[in-house]
Design a protein. Structure first.
Length: 293
């Protein structure tokens, strides 16, 4: 009996130790927007974010304290402005990122720095939402990576905020034909973009055809022919609007139906993430103010 006791005790101890060992049981595996499977030995504690919408999502999930660096455009919430800046999302400062010793880098799929970051042995999760469903999915992925169990509840609150903004609109503000110019060079928000989806939920009709893609570059003559009821544009892009060929004759300019968004408002509007309900409220306010003219 004594000979059997030690092997039995050893087997029991190993079984208990295996059950109690947390290290490898907590491995996290997700698939990013490149279709690349990313495995993490544990939930990351030092994160560099290279896209403002990803920065905001991390913070909305209550994990801002894990960020050790951000791209130059990440400016919300205010606390991230004190973090080291690591270049732009497209052209990140690789050396600065490596020096921060992150255990995860969040980047856009369009970032040229991803392969080089990975060549340094860094874990990179490439996520770039372009639609509301994409923003919801990204929040779910980051919730899994950051081990935040109520990420879906956070998203439901955002979606409810968008619905509330839509419900607040008076009937005259609905059905407006809208042109939304996203950036200089005539890049517009198409129906398939997250901005276009917000417009649709607010009852606006986008003058840009779905076949042109989510953010197409639009010829000024296209807008003249469409003759929108309302133009939405950022303060950064509005200079010379009335001087564009044929634009002075458009109804929107003749009747003063142009919403010019501040730089802060534009940041909210062009980022598919946690502030989409606020974006819907900004657009709804524009439509309510201009729709009754």
């Amino acid at each position: 009996m004594k000979r059997l006791a030690f092997p039995l005790l050893l087997a029991l101890w190993l079984a208990l130790a295996s059950a109690a060992a947390p290290a490898h049981a907590s491995e996290i595996r997700v698939v990013d927007d490149r279709g690349v499977a990313v495995s993490l030995p544990r939930s990351p504690q030092r994160i560099v974010s290279l896209l403002p919408s990803l920065t905001e999502t991390v913070c909305e999930l209550g994990q801002c304290h894990r960020l050790v660096g951000v791209d130059r455009y990440s400016n919300y919430p205010a606390s991230v402005r004190a973090l080291p800046q690591t270049g732009g999302g497209i052209d990140p400062n690789i050396e600065a990122i490596v020096a921060l010793r992150p255990d995860l880098v969040l980047a856009a799929t369009s970032s040229r720095g991803v392969p080089r970051l990975e060549s340094f042995g860094l874990k990179v999760l490439a996520l770039e939402p372009r639609t509301a469903a994409g923003a919801q999915r990204v929040m779910g992925v980051l919730g899994q990576v950051l081990e935040v169990p109520d990420a879906e509840r956070v998203w439901r609150a955002i979606d409810a905020g968008v619905s509330a903004a839509a419900s607040s609109l008076p009937p005259p503000a609905r059905g407006l034909r809208v042109y939304y110019e996203v950036s200089t060079g005539g890049y517009a928000a198409g129906p398939g973009s997250f901005i276009g989806e917000l417009m649709d939920r607010l009852g606006a009709r986008n003058i840009v055809g779905r076949e042109l893609g989510p953010f197409p570059r639009i010829n000024p003559e296209y807008v003249v022919r469409a003759n929108p009821d309302l133009i939405m544009i950022g303060q950064r892009n509005v200079a010379g609007l009335a001087q564009r060929p044929g634009w002075q004759g458009m109804r929107a300019l003749r009747e003063g139906r142009v919403c010019v968004f501040s730089a802060d408002e534009s940041d909210v509007l062009v980022r598919p993430g946690p502030r989409m309900a606020e974006a819907a409220r900004i657009m709804a306010r524009c439509m309510a103010e201009k729709g009754g003219k």
